[in-house]
Design a binder for this molecule. Structure first.
Ligand code: MG
Ligand code: MG
Length: 251
């Protein structure tokens, strides 16, 4: 069952989403060569708590930290560690926050120092693919319209689309129905209705989209070691389109 959120629920989801956005803004200036991903995690934890929220991912299925930090060929679910960021890295940071029982979820890929033009290309077009997918969000459209738009855009830019990981509904659980794949057929899948809240999150790669999981049982990376980017917003379906709950002036 895909739930339709009440006005009050949407207010709470909006507050949670706004804290996720503010956490991204807060972390951004710290994302520099030399900082460890554990330090970023601690900054995020303290900030999320200071906003009256709890980190959605901490202890989620046993995940040990507050944010996911996935560097270069890592796609998602990277565990914060003592690894230091290096000039030229790209890092995807996935943040979830819970306010009075309701969640927000948003990922963004950041450059560390000066990055290659290939990495710039990957980041630019993965971010654009998210907004191409968002354009499909309106009552009456299908979930498959979103994925079709994202994958058409990605493939036309020679980027791989990770298929095993998908977007999702968001509410009192950070992952709810429906699945929101980054591929699909127009006119297929559940129909979007006003009041549904979903996270759309394309994960694109410079090479093959095939992935594998590391021995830590969390980190997912590309099999061919090509770099990957990840952009995600939580949005509510409105009367005539959508509203981003996890965005602001910086995206
Ligand atoms: Mg998500
Ligand atoms: Mg996320």
């Amino acid at each position: 069952m895909i739930s339709i959120k009440s006005e009050r629920e949407i207010e709470l989801l909006e507050k949670a989403g706004h804290v996720v956005y503010l956490t991204h803004c807060y972390l951004k200036p710290y994302i520099k060569p030399g900082i460890t991903t554990k330090e970023l995690d601690k900054l995020a934890y303290d900030f999320i708590k200071s906003q009256g929220c709890t980190p959605s991912f901490l202890n989620y299925d046993g995940f040990p930290n507050s944010i996911c930090t996935s560097i270069n060929q890592e796609v998602v679910h990277g565990i914060p560690s003592n690894r230091k960021l290096k000039n030229g890295d790209i890092i995807s940071i996935d943040i979830g926050a819970c306010y009075k029982g309701y969640h927000g979820d948003s990922a963004w890929t950041y450059s560390v120092g000066k990055i290659s033009s290939r990495n710039e290309y990957l980041m630019e077009h993965t971010r654009k693919s998210l907004f191409i997918g968002l354009e499909e969000v309106k009552p009456g459209n299908h979930i498959g319209d979103i994925g079709a738009a994202i994958s058409e855009y990605a493939l036309s830019h020679n980027l791989g689309v990770v298929k095993e990981l998908v977007g999702h509904g968001v509410g009192q659980n950070v992952h709810e129905e429906p699945d929101v794949p980054n591929y699909g057929t127009r006119g297929s899948g559940p129909i979007l209705k006003e009041g549904m809240v979903i996270a759309i999150e394309p994960m694109l790669t410079l090479g093959s989209p095939d992935i594998c999981i590391l021995d830590d049982d969390w980190t997912i990376e590309t099999e061919d070691y090509s770099n990957s980017a990840h952009y995600e917003h939580t949005v509510v379906v409105t009367k005539d389109g959508y509203k981003i709950l996890t965005g602001g002036e910086n995206g």
